[in-house]
Write a protein that binds this ligand. Structure first.
Ligand SMILES: [Mg+2]
Length: 459
């Protein structure tokens, strides 16, 4: 196949245009025979990448946004983002941020696009790129990181960012304001912890990809422990005997006094999830993440009920398509950990809605960061959740693979995230990365590695 043939619809899009589909290089490793970053039970050919948008203005300010997906999925997300962004063109930042809740409703109300949603799937991933770019632009204009921008809002201003339609049976704006007010008097102390880089504890997934050898996994666990990272998550959901061996080795390397979590990436049916988890009871995982279909609210509730006597929790969220699914998961007592995703949900606004519901239902937030650029977003979400909403520290997934393409990649120090202070939402690619990896025009795609990805199996 000729270079670019996968994405001929994007011809003419250049890195300098407002919307450039960029596919960053990654899990081609499977093809050339090395390690598979991003590999799990459901995604053997990861190919970390993102749909990328830049909102251009009549000043030198630019808003940067991404929506994470993998490989060819970006062709669809880029098309969705381009359609939705049309609704922003011609409006002022003042108009758009005066009532962010109304702006969000406006962005999801294009009737022709709504028919291919509504508020879910590809359209929602495209929406998140646009909404997150708008927040980035707002943060840059105010010269504040997003977590700080939100932390300085009054409870009423916070609540005005949210579209409460569809969640009023779980939480009302009045309840939300009252809930936020309970956190006001102690907010200052939590901001101080953020200043000291002790507000967001980290766990790592980077030792536990399914495509890693046992030796590589042990080596990475040890190097993480040496660096002060002492909480781990492992992918499971492959062959049961292989999973048991890997989890046993990992647990013995980590020790039973430290945190270990498991992630099945939706690969099991409900009965399988319950049965398979019996094999891991002795290794004392804190939770099983995505044990089954992300849409199966009652299925998650059944798994949770079965695992509860064993002290194993159920976590999900990275594929929860909107605040309605989260509402029902919470109402059905189906989850122990709420894993909001900065791009799966429709940007900061919808995440704020879920944070409030999780607080009301007393379920801790553990944001999902498993994708390039996602961690740069989720560090803000974990901070604003801790400072404004929950008052409890959010355990946050740490992924920094390929972060060299970002202007301000996340940093950790002694097992905590280092609080970001750059203005905006922290997801801006380096110009040289845009030039090299924009798909299909970037120089990378004509390289041997890029060609191997394009011509590789569609697994
Ligand atoms: Mg996961």
């Amino acid at each position: 196949m000729a270079p670019g043939a996968l994405n001929s619809g994007d011809k003419g899009i250049t890195p300098d245009s407002p919307f450039s589909g960029s596919r960053l290089p990654v899990s081609d490793i499977k093809i050339v025979g090395f390690e598979s970053y991003g590999s799990d039970a459901m995604n053997p050919a990861g190919d970390y990448s993102a749909a990328h948008i830049r909102l251009l203005t009549n000043t030198d300010l630019t808003g940067h946004g991404i929506s994470f997906t993998i490989g060819r999925g970006n062709d669809l997300c880029t098309a969705a983002a381009r359609q939705i962004a049309e609704r922003l063109v011609g409006k002022t930042l003042g108009e758009l941020t005066e009532s962010m809740g109304k702006t969000w409703r406006y962005l999801v109300s294009d009737s022709q696009l709504r028919w291919v949603g509504p508020e879910k799937g590809v359209m929602h991933l495209g929406l998140s790129a646009c909404v997150n770019a708008l927040w980035d632009l707002w943060g840059r204009y105010l010269n504040k990181p997003i977590w700080q921008l939100v932390s300085e809002m009054t409870p009423e201003e916070f609540v005005a960012c949210i579209d409460f339609r569809y969640i009023l049976d779980a939480i009302t704006p009045e309840e939300a304001v009252a809930l936020l007010k309970t956190q006001e008097s102690t907010k200052g102390a939590r901001i101080q912890e953020a200043r000291k880089n002790r507000a967001v504890p980290a766990y790592t997934t980077q030792a536990g990809w399914l495509g890693f050898s046992d030796e590589r996994m042990v080596e990475l666990i040890k190097s993480n422990l040496a660096a002060g990272m002492d909480k781990f998550k492992l992918k499971v959901g492959g062959n049961l005997e292989d999973d048991k061996r890997r989890v046993k080795i990992a647990r013995e390397t980590i020790g039973y006094d430290r945190m270990l979590m498991l992630d099945a990436n939706q690969v099991w049916s409900v009965p399988e999830a319950i049965e398979y988890m019996n094999a891991f009871l002795e290794f004392k995982p804190l939770f099983i993440e995505e044990p089954t279909s992300p849409d199966d609210i009652l299925g998650h509730a059944a798994i949770r009920k079965a695992l509860k006597p064993h002290g194993i929790g159920v976590a999900t969220g990275e594929h929860c398509q909107n605040r309605v699914i989260f509402k029902q998961l919470l109402q059905a007592e189906a989850i122990d950990y709420c894993q909001v995703d900065a791009c799966r949900l429709g940007g900061v606004n919808e995440v704020m809605a879920v944070l409030l519901m999780a607080k009301k239902f007393n379920v801790p937030i553990v944001p999902h960061s498993g994708g390039i650029g996602l961690n740069e977003y989720t560090q803000h979400l974990a901070l604003l959740n801790y400072i404004c909403v929950s008052g409890e520290k959010s355990l946050l997934e740490h992924i920094n693979s390929f972060s060299e393409v970002l202007q301000h990649p996340v940093k950790t120090e002694s097992g905590y995230f280092v609080t970001p202070w750059e203005a905006g939402y922290s997801v801006e690619y380096k110009p040289e990365a845009i030039a090299a990896y924009s798909f299909p025009t970037g120089s990378f795609w004509n390289s041997e590695q890029g060609m191997a990805i394009q011509n590789g199996p569609k697994a």
